[in-house]
Design a protein around this ligand. Structure first.
Ligand code: PRX
Length: 635
């Protein structure tokens, strides 16, 4: 029996058992049978969570692009690898075959080389969802350069922080991007960011919106003419399994964003294996994940996982409401999408609109629906199940993280019975544990605790770029010998997991991770602000929205509060991006603090969420009176 494709529940349990009882022989078999290696490994797994140090397939050599492209050329050369659906439905979709992808990636790889990029160099990619984005990732991987994609909705300051942290030599961007009816001037954001980045020597610019932009002499180059002149053959750089493939930043509860480092061999094996099973991908399927490649979902399940399986993966440039709220379903009908993977926030936004936007289109091609990024509420789950899946397409509620590289807890469609709001069972090889506050594992079912993972899996991040100590403190110090996810979860009577949300100061807004500290730091730069605290509160569409409590300096108190509110959101937009703007800003004379000076966010969160019946004991606060003032003025 091949363990690569799981087809029923009994098989899931058997394979799961095998993967836990004999992880090394299990993963060795998967890696050996389904991938192309230039040299075999000396050992499958070495690990020590106390250091922490984890390596998979040590000693093996490969290039991930040979697995994602070259090996499909004989069997699937003319098959569509990437199907690009533009922002404007009037513009034609583009089908890029595996043969074409091979050429375009090789040309791009040669351009990178000609511009002085070599193995191990970091390349920042700041592009909209156009084919060049996926091709740029693969071109970096072809020559062993480490890509660091920054979501093109981040501001110039956020971009510069990420470029400097990993010392990128090059930025790949475009003249601009389309977003619904709007255009965004990406190149000028890059120009502004680069004023503070001396490490960047070259900027490659793809043309998308044909706007006139500034090109800095000696630094900036239009991409297309360089591609036109480049050779379509570029020998793949032979990488060690543990060489870094990419860095991707994620917000932490404090300080700088964390540059999670993913390596090559294990990441490839795990993303490919999860893709095959979680989406039950079959040869003629057309798979569409609506995420942006700027996030881990796009890396693992638009680019690497699907291409490693020789799949057709859709890249869509647009937004769900342009030209109208029927756009997603129009695309499903047009390309006969079989697997559709999106975020709960998008489902909630779509569910608010008239059902006629759905009913106009033929969705009968759909076989599997997925969600990712945040907990899905029951109402959204049912709307998705009833109206999109017509109660026949299973919903896979997939729990995972930037740090985990691949899907960790999920149903396997047509095998695992689904249950609304539950991510259900651990994927093959994943050993979750729920921990109590004393650091003990909670056994049995119908329990809740902090979600940890007890044993390594192939696609886990290996470190934080330039800061291994922070990696250790963030993920491996809360519980002994465990990877701590930062999430809370419960396990029901049959052993299904439900993720209950973050237990740290990360807030998930519309599926995006936002740390409170960087937002507070931005607000505090406003000259009239003395101090601030951010919490999340429930929001119909975004899941959570941000609520800011702000103490103004005396000089600020005479100003029009609405102007100050606008300016605060402007500063946040400049420092982080519009995704981090606050929905509500309450001015207050103080913030509830413990005697050691720590802000009691728990109280602020409850007030913002209108849950004031059970505030807990406030008498130990340094300033209990302020709680009443805040409650009286809540927005
Ligand atoms: O809190 C969990 C939530 O998103 C966090 C990870 O965010 P990020 O690194 O941006 O990766 C998102 C895409 C993989 C997790 O710690 N999360 C993700 N998926 C789910 C989820 N919460 C509940 N249910 C999910 N299916």
């Amino acid at each position: 029996m091949s363990n690569y494709h799981i087809k029923h529940l009994e098989e899931y349990f058997q394979v799961y058992r095998k993967s836990v009882d004999n992880p090394e022989s299990f993963w060795e078999e998967i890696a050996e049978e389904h991938f192309m290696w230039r040299k075999k490994w000396n050992s499958v797994l070495n690990w020590d969570f106390t250091k922490p140090a984890v390596s998979w397939f040590e000693g093996a050599q490969l290039n991930i692009t040979e697995n994602c492209i070259d090996r499909h050329l004989h069997t699937r050369g003319d098959k569509t690898a990437i199907l690009f659906e533009p922002n404007d439905p009037k513009e034609e979709a583009t089908h890029i075959s595996y043969k074409e992808l091979y050429k375009r990636v090789n040309k791009f790889a040669n351009v990178l080389k000609a511009q002085g990029i070599s193995k191990g160099d970091r390349v920042c990619i700041y592009l909209p969802m156009i084919p060049e984005l996926a091709i740029a990732l693969l071109a970096c991987a072809r020559i062993g350069a480490i890509h660091s994609v920054v979501f093109a909705g981040f501001s110039a300051t956020a971009l510069a922080t990420r470029i400097n942290d990993s010392d990128c030599k090059m930025v790949i961007t475009s003249d601009g991007s389309y977003r619904g009816a709007k255009t965004i001037d990406l190149k000028s954001i890059v120009d502004e960011g680069l004023e503070n980045c001396s490490c960047v020597k070259t900027v490659l610019v793809a043309k998308r919106i044909n706007s006139s932009i500034n090109m800095k002499e000696g630094r900036d180059h239009w991409l297309q003419p360089l591609l036109d002149d480049a050779s379509a053959e570029c020998a793949p750089e032979i990488m060690n399994a543990e060489d870094p493939l990419f860095i991707l930043y994620t917000s932490g509860s404090t300080g700088m964003p964390k540059g999670m480092v993913h390596t090559t061999g294990g990441y490839m094996v795990y993303t490919a294996y999860t893709f095959k099973n979680v989406f039950q991908y079959k040869e003629d399927d057309v798979y569409w994940c609506t995420a942006d490649i700027g996030w881990i979902t796009g890396h693992s399940y638009i680019v690497y996982g699907p291409l490693a399986n020789g799949a057709t993966t859709v890249m869509s440039e647009g937004v769900p409401n342009y030209p109208d709220w029927g756009r997603f379903w129009e695309i499903v009908e047009k390309h006969k999408i079989t697997q559709f993977y999106t975020a709960p926030t998008a489902i909630r936004a779509l569910a608010k609109e008239n059902l006629s936007y759905v009913e106009t289109y033929d969705l009968s091609s759909l076989k599997v629906l997925g969600t990712v990024g945040e907990p899905i509420n029951e109402e959204a789950w049912h709307w998705y199940n009833d109206n999109i899946g017509k109660k026949k397409s299973p919903i896979v509620d997939t729990w995972w993280q930037t740090e985990t590289g691949g899907i960790m807890i999920t149903p396997i469609p047509f095998s695992t019975p689904t249950k609304p709001t539950y991510a259900t069972l651990p994927f093959i090889g994943i050993q979750p544990a729920l921990m109590d506050e004393n650091g003990q594992e909670i056994q049995g079912n119908q329990v809740d605790g902090r979600l940890c993972i007890k044993f390594p899996w192939p696609s886990m991040a290996r470190t934080i770029w330039g800061n291994h100590q922070r990696y250790k403190e963030t993920y491996f110090s809360a519980f002994e010998n465990m990877y701590f996810t930062g999430d809370g979860a419960l396990r029901d009577e049959v052993g299904y997991y439900r993720i209950t949300g973050r237990v740290d100061d990360v807030i998930i807004v519309s599926g995006h991770n936002l740390g409170t500290a960087p937002i507070e730091d931005a607000i505090n730069e406003h000259p009239a602000v003395a101090e601030s605290a951010i919490v999340g509160f429930p929001h119909d569409i975004k899941g959570n929205a941000l609520y800011g409590y702000v103490i103004l300096k005396e000089t600020g108190e005479s100003r029009d509060p609405n102007n100050v509110r606008k300016e605060i959101n402007q500063i946040i937009t400049e420092h982080i991006g519009p995704i981090a703007k606050l929905d509500k800003i309450q001015f207050t004379s103080g913030l509830p603090k413990t005697r050691s000076g720590k802000i009691m966010r728990r109280i602020l969160r409850k007030i913002a969420s209108n849950e004031t019946e059970n505030l807990g004991d406030t008498s130990t606060l340094l300033n209990p009176d302020v709680v009443q003032e805040i409650m009286d003025n809540v927005l």
